[in-house]
Design a protein around this ligand. Sequence first.
Ligand SMILES: [Zn+2]
Length: 114
Amino acid sequence: MHELSVMAYMLERVEGHAERLGATKVIAINLVVGERSSFVDDSLLFYFEMLTPGTRAEGALLNLRRTLMRCHCPPCDTDFHPTGADFRCPRCDTVGQVTDDGTELLIESLEVVT
Ligand SMILES: [Zn+2]
């Protein structure tokens, strides 16, 4: 049910944006979903289909773009993508600092008809 509440919130934001843009219809919604977020693509799409009828977003295309978790290693100034629970720098083995935890869910952009 996690995805349901998130999708309901997301669609409220989409409606708000569409309203401000004076849009009659939303054609596509581009979402950014972090690779470490618990959201399942299929569930997001399922709830999207369930919640959009009768709204401006009915029939819109939902695009999901996965972003990767990023770490930074200060000693050798390297940015890297940690695998699993291993946050060590691939170059010098120092445990890196998390710069992007890969758990976001953001509306990147909307395509609308005005
Ligand atoms: Zn390093």
